[in-house]
Write a protein of this length. Structure first.
Length: 542
């Protein structure tokens, strides 16, 4: 770089904000100028230059002895000591603070060109990416150190996540993902905190309390959907495959999609009038369609058309999916399209063509992962300048479709009367809340904070079902279920967890585990209890 610019010296320095000292670790010289290495006070630049650097401004001075920015006797003295007359300094600001600089120095006055400044600013940006990557790596190392004492399941969760990140070699994208999710969760928390604050201020006004409580509940459910999306991408969330009609899932999304797309994009539905059931997860299917619509919208900044179609196709001899009939969901836009290279990489995790901060590259990768878990796949067709078609293929089934009811339609009605329930959860607040709600519906609840306490209670208490959290210290939910199966083989067990090692659960339950995703509403829990008891008569065990 020094040879390219024909300067006397070039290098890189990091600012210690506590001591206000620059550490110069990297320096090149032409052999005549003395190297700039070691520790130098930031004030050596002078107050005007330091103030400009702290604002993120590039410093371009043709002659230190003639510039208003450097009209200071001490600056002139320091410049002479390091044989410097002209400087070009590009700062890097992080979290609102000056972090590093990249600089060019010359021994003689020099008229810097715009190309010099632009090139140096590009180098500074690349340096910023390297620093952020190193910072994320350091954060991961620190996180590992704090989790050494956690249980096996949570340690495995972290290790798997870390391996996936290292494999992707896209650590800078993690910062975008985390910041975006933090923003969304802050909005969710603001709504929840605001609702509770208003309730506490006016607890006597029942109409207002109900309205505020509903607002808080709606916000909490938005937060749950954000968590579900992350877990689904990580393939950690249990996908509840069940027979359903694709049209019944997609058709109610029309108004939501229309609002999301905006008035400049025409939305067309061409749904098969003779639908065939598929094995899929309704929530994941909704997320697929919504993410594809958002991608299409972003590819049509000046408007266009989006067509969502469904067909039935017979596929045989495909190397990726089994021979079967498939329902194809085709999402076709009239947008900018993609070239062949971009199209081939579009479903790679973290690959994105969007500007920094506008996308993490998780959308298509998540859709592909969900389709593969359902036994299907995703095919992509695109022509630059003409548009893109994404085809999601889901396997058909001969099983009767399950009617999907909205949450508000669920009715907490039990055919079994009062049930004796063993509730195991290491989170005291969650356990107390769930126990109180169950008891308010007439059930009798025995609480345990961990697996060992639960086993001790089963030696002396009679219960009808067990509801178990998965991620608990000392003994996780799958291990506890295995112990219960040995001593109480006829006791029905349900897992209630926000994250679970589904392989560990399936190993114990033979693929028949009943999972209730946290956070859940009470009517969902009551219906799950009914479903757990429905296949068998109530047969208490001690």
């Amino acid at each position: 770089m020094g040879t390219h610019f024909g300067v006397a010296r070039t290098g890189y320095g990091q600012l210690d904000p506590v001591e206000d000292i620059f550490h110069y670790d990297i320096c090149w010289t032409d052999g005549a100028a003395p190297p700039l290495l070691g520790r130098y006070p930031a004030k050596a630049f002078g107050p005007k230059i330091v103030a400009a650097l702290q604002k993120g401004q590039t410093i371009v001075i043709d002659d230190l002895f003639r510039s208003e920015l450097s009209d200071d006797t001490q600056i002139h003295t320091d410049a002479k000591s390091v044989d410097t007359r002209a400087i070009l300094v590009v700062p890097f600001i992080r979290d609102g603070r000056l972090q590093t600089i990249v600089y060019l120095n010359d021994r003689r006055p020099r008229a810097w060109h715009r190309d010099d400044t632009a090139f140096m600013e590009e180098i500074a940006e690349r340096t910023r990416l390297v620093i952020e990557r190193a910072a994320v790596e350091e954060q991961l190392r620190e996180l590992n150190a704090t989790l050494e004492g956690r249980v096996e399941a949570r340690t495995r969760e972290l290790r798997d996540t870390q391996e996936a990140l290292l494999h992707s070699q896209k650590l800078e994208a993690i910062g975008q993902l985390v910041s975006g999710m933090a923003h969304d969760f802050n909005n969710v928390l603001a709504a929840i905190v605001g609702a509770y604050d208003l309730i506490l201020r006016r607890p006597e006004d029942l109409d207002r309390v109900r309205r505020y409580a509903q607002g808080g509940l709606d916000a909490a459910e938005r937060g749950a959907k954000l968590t579900a999306q992350l877990l689904a991408f990580a393939r950690a969330q249990r996908i509840q495959l069940q027979p359903l009609l694709v049209c019944d899932v997609i058709r109610p999304l029309h108004d939501l999609l229309a609002r999301t797309l905006g008035p400049m994009i025409k939305l067309n539905f061409q749904l098969n009038p003779n639908p065939v059931p598929v094995l899929a997860d309704a929530t994941q299917l909704e997320m697929m369609v919504l993410n594809l619509a958002i991608n299409a919208r972003d590819a049509m900044p000046h408007g266009g058309s989006l067509t969502i179609s469904t067909y039935v196709r017979t596929i045989a001899g495909d190397s990726e999916i089994a021979d079967n009939d498939y329902v194809e969901i085709a999402v076709r836009d009239s947008g900018t399209g993609m070239d062949d290279v971009t199209c081939r990489r579009a479903m790679e995790p973290f690959f994105t063509t969007k500007a920094v901060g506008k996308g993490t590259g998780l959308g298509l990768a998540q859709i592909y992962g969900s389709a593969r878990q359902a036994g299907g796949t995703v095919r992509l067709e695109s022509t630059l300048g003409e548009g893109t078609t994404v085809r999601v293929l889901l396997p058909c089934t001969t099983r009767e479709p399950v009617a999907t009811l909205p949450t508000s339609a669920l009715a907490p009605v039990s055919d079994y009367g009062a049930v004796r329930i063993l509730l195991v959860d290491d989170d005291d607040s969650v356990r107390t809340m769930v126990a109180s709600a169950l008891e308010s519906h007439g059930h009798h609840v025995v609480e345990a904070a961990n697996g060992n306490s639960a086993l001790t209670l089963l030696d002396t208490q009679t219960v009808d079902i067990a509801i178990i959290d998965f991620a608990m210290p000392e003994m996780n939910g799958a291990e506890l279920a295995a112990r219960i199966a040995q001593t109480c083989p006829s006791l029905p067990v349900m897992f209630a967890s926000g994250f679970a090692d589904t392989d560990a659960i399936d190993a114990v339950m033979g693929g028949n585990a009943i999972m209730l995703r946290k956070p859940f509403r009470m009517d969902e829990l009551l219906l799950a209890i009914d479903g757990l008891l429905a296949p068998r008569p109530l047969d208490s065990v001690a």
